[in-house]
Design a protein around this ligand. Structure first.
Ligand code: ADE
Length: 411
């Protein structure tokens, strides 16, 4: 156990030392006193960067509890270290059952939170259903990811959402970097760690061309793969084509695929009708939030399963064909890799921390709805990030400023 705690401490401190933006935001939070005494329940992927966010909020005066937002994304040494060494109540274990997952989620809600910080909206959903006992006390929440926002929009549309929620995902300083460059890099961390298979020269199918799909496709091409994209949105399909990728339906891409990676936020992207089309040896992985993008249950029913490497399941079909599924179809970048790079999460979690402050200060004027992150928060984090990279940029001259605010000057 001691070894595990030490390893967790080292991982946390490594992350902390590469998160200068969040460190600056912590000082601002402390100075403002906005989070002093606030109870914050967090359901986020419990790994080192998340630990630093939780500690930041704690050091800014909040009472914090943390659980994971996915049964396979916890880094156990970090969870243990947070509990044992940092006194931060953490309820998470890699490989926890669905029952344990919800036990842990209930533990963080027992805190009686003022603010919820969620990733995927399982916690927010729970307080609207089985844990309505804590609903009244909640001032507001932050949601981290696209999938969570889609669920929240559905709740708002049905008129059941009971408190304001900040759409952290929508902030430019989040999705432009986290979804694109973060998922782009960490997806390959997960694939390469689990398989040790070469990407270069392979046919690589990316399901979905949102910000995450764009990042994955870009990195696959950069590594020398021949990339195909599948989409349902005509605009995104045109964009993928103009970005230089082949675009086609999954049924057409499947027979060529050495790899398929899904990042759509939708279900059954690889479904039983695709199994007969896939070629022997195809490796499938998912980088979307939920494990329903590749039909794992369908695979379990159609073929014989065997664990052949850590995070790699082989599916042997009656005709002798073998398909491979990574990380049980859960998000491969966290379940088989280490999640997004530290510097990326530095920006995302700076937005999270500032949105918690915003909620603490403004909840009184916000009705139950999903809110865009104010532009000044985005811009503030951008300046801090530039500062951390020692990058200076030009400033408008008074003459330029006047020009941009006028209409008289033309041809
Ligand atoms: N680490 C912590 N949260 C994460 C997320 N949402 N995606 C990738 N890595 C993470």
């Amino acid at each position: 156990m001691d070894g595990l705690v030490e390893k967790g401490v080292m991982r946390l401190e490594w992350a902390r030392s590469h998160m200068p933006v969040l460190a600056k935001v912590k000082e601002e939070l402390k100075d403002s006193g906005a989070l002093q005494g606030m109870k914050i329940s967090m359901a986020l992927h419990t790994e080192a960067k998340t630990g630093i966010l939780a500690l930041t909020l704690k050091e800014a005066g909040a009472k914090v509890r943390l659980a994971s937002c996915n049964p396979l994304s916890t880094d156990d040494c970090v969870a243990v270290a947070l509990n044992e060494r940092y006194g931060l109540e953490t309820y998470a274990k890699k490989g926890e059952s669905d029952e344990e997952y919800y036990q842990h989620m209930n533990k963080i809600l027992d805190l009686g939170p003022d603010i919820l910080i969620d990733d995927g909206t399982d916690a927010i959903s729970l307080v609207h259903t089985k844990r309505q006992d804590v609903l009244e006390g909640i001032l507001g929440a932050n949601e981290e990811t696209t999938t969570g926002i889609v669920r929240l929009q559905a709740m708002a549309k049905e008129g059941v959402l009971r408190f304001p929620v900040m759409d952290v995902n929508n902030a430019d300083m989040k999705h432009l970097f986290d979804n694109r460059y973060g998922t782009g890099q960490s997806t390959f961390d997960g694939i390469m760690t689990s398989t040790n298979i070469q990407i270069s020269g392979k046919a690589f199918v990316v399901g979905g061309y949102g910000w995450c799909g764009r990042g994955i496709a870009m990195r696959a091409r950069g590594m020398g793969a021949r990339v195909m994209v599948t989409e349902i949105d005509p605009v995104k399909a045109v964009e993928a084509r103009m970005d230089g990728f082949d675009v086609m339906p999954m049924a057409m891409a499947a027979p060529h695929a050495d790899f398929i990676v899904t990042a759509t936020g939708c279900k059954n992207i690889v479904a039983p009708e695709h199994f007969p089309l896939l070629k022997d040896g195809c490796i499938m992985a998912n980088s979307g939030h939920f494990d329903n993008e590749i039909d794992r249950v369908g695979l379990d029913e159609a073929a014989q399963k065997r664990r052949v490497r850590e995070s790699v399941d082989e599916y042997l079909f009656p005709d002798g064909k073998k398909l491979y599924l990574l990380a049980e179809g859960r998000l491969v970048n966290l379940a088989a890799g280490q999640g997004h790079p530290v510097e990326i999460m530095d920006m995302s979690f700076a937005i999270q921390a500032l949105c918690a402050k915003y909620m603490a200060e403004n909840h009184g004027s916000l009705s139950p709805a999903v809110y865009k992150v104010p532009e000044d928060i985005d811009e503030h984090v951008a300046w801090l990030e530039l500062d951390s990279m020692a990058i200076d940029i030009d400033q408008l001259t008074p003459e330029q400023e006047k020009y941009l605010n006028s209409w008289q000057e033309g041809t």
